[in-house]
Design a protein around this ligand. Structure first.
Ligand SMILES: [Fe+2]
Length: 194
């Protein structure tokens, strides 16, 4: 059985980015529902003995969408909450030098990431990932898709499904993304580097 994780902050700690009402829906209803549906879908199958990453990879390989979509959305949302912080963080030296090595400057990285998150058509996610050669990439995934099935190590993500921002920003996704930069947990992002 999978469980909805606790949020690593209080739901009213970043009202400029995600209000308590947004967390009530996005975390309390949407994320919770993915976990419930995942548990229902795996009941009585050989998926019950697997950890979440194994469930996602196996369901993808077997094209079992009922399991894959809910498992991947459970992973993606948990990863998103863990990417956030109420307070502004400094970027550590190790991560900063890697960003400069791959994107020339922090500004250039922010611009590229923002552009990919803004232009994703429909529902999905924008990610900073490490590829198998250790290089940083910015990628989009659609719907529930997640970079872990492409052999990439995710470092940072933003949810750009409409349910992530509609209560606070209506249809203005770029304004939601602009506020995201004030709430990235860069300490966590650096910890995720291999
Ligand atoms: Fe979401």
């Amino acid at each position: 059985m999978f469980e909805l994780p606790q949020l690593p902050f209080s739901k009213d700690s970043m009202p400029d980015f995600c209000s308590a009402e947004t967390f009530d829906f996005h975390y309390g209803k949407h994320h919770a529902s993915y976990v419930t549906k995942l548990n229902t879908a795996i009941e009585g199958t050989n998926y019950v003995d697997k950890d979440l990453i194994e469930v996602i990879k196996t369901a993808k390989a077997e094209n079992n969408l009922a399991i894959f979509n809910n498992a991947a959305q459970h992973f993606n949302h948990s990863f998103f909450w863990d990417s956030l912080s109420p307070d502004k963080h400094d970027i550590g030296d190790k991560l900063m030098s890697k960003i400069k090595e791959n994107f020339d400057s922090l500004e250039n990285f922010n611009e590229k990431f923002t552009a990919l998150a803004s232009t994703l058509f429909g529902s999905g996610w924008a990610w900073l990932v490490e590829n198998s050669e250790g290089k940083l990439e910015i990628v989009q995934t659609h719907n529930a898709d997640t970079p872990i099935t492409d052999g990439k190590n995710p470092l940072l993500t933003i949810d750009v499904w409409e349910h992530a921002y509609y209560i606070d920003f209506r249809n203005a996704r770029p304004n939601f993304i602009a506020k995201f930069w004030d709430h990235v947990n860069w300490t966590k992002v650096e910890e995720r580097m291999k």
